[in-house]
Ligand binder design. Structure first.
Ligand SMILES: [Zn+2]
Length: 212
């Protein structure tokens, strides 16, 4: 969804959070639950309690997600998530993004990259989602990127050793998962990624906006 506001086009690249939304591997225990704790039948206000996984919808992973003793989500600095970014078109890629798919992208140290793939066009969870292969993660880490975002609920799959997460988080590279980029053209944007200020845990859902 995008709107024009003043001099900006604003793209909301976040997933709606609702009962029945796509969740990782369609696991029922990962479905969000909204519990109505007060309503106008029982009282004078409407209130809701959330039961959600920290990795629900569009979210940011903290190092603790994959590294024992790693930093927790509130330690991610605001200026690392409110900053320029570049959307790269990888819609031609099948299955996995490899280093060979990235060599012609002109990737520079310090960039925050968002990968737009076929995943952005999936309405339901796709078990064959496009992910970042370990060799691509190593390539990105060696390039010294600041962050990587992808339009899948996971940045990797079928990796028992979680090499992709570890190659990135182990080098202080931020990971955003669950982006929705179908409407977004490749190019440079100002990103505003705002994870909930949860303390001491491994991830947080985030509202992510791209401004042009
Ligand atoms: Zn995650």
């Amino acid at each position: 969804m995008s709107i024009i506001h003043g001099n900006y086009q604003i793209y909301d690249v976040s997933m709606p959070i609702r009962r029945g939304m796509p969740v990782y591997k369609n696991k029922p225990e990962k479905q969000p639950e909204f519990e109505t704790t007060a309503d106008f039948q029982s009282g004078t206000a409407h209130e809701t309690r959330l039961h959600i996984d920290a990795h629900t919808g569009t979210h940011i992973d903290a190092p603790l997600h994959m590294l024992e003793g790693g930093a927790t989500i509130e330690s991610v600095r605001m200026e690392d998530l409110v900053r320029p970014c570049r959307v790269i078109d990888l819609t031609r890629v099948n299955q996995a993004i490899h280093a060979s798919d990235l060599v012609d992208c002109g990737i520079q140290a310090g960039e925050f990259l968002l990968f737009k793939t076929q995943n952005s066009f999936d309405e339901a969870f796709n078990f064959e989602f496009v992910y970042v292969a370990a060799d691509a993660a190593t390539y990105l880490a060696d390039k010294g990127v600041a962050g990587v975002g992808i339009d899948a609920l996971g940045i990797e799959r079928a990796q028992p050793g979680h090499e992709t997460h570890k190659a990135l988080l182990g080098r202080g590279i931020h990971i955003i998962e669950g982006l929705r980029l179908a409407e977004v053209e490749p190019g440079e944007y100002l990103m505003v990624a705002a994870p909930l200020k949860l303390e001491g845990i491994d991830a947080a859902p985030a509202r992510v906006l791209l401004l042009k």
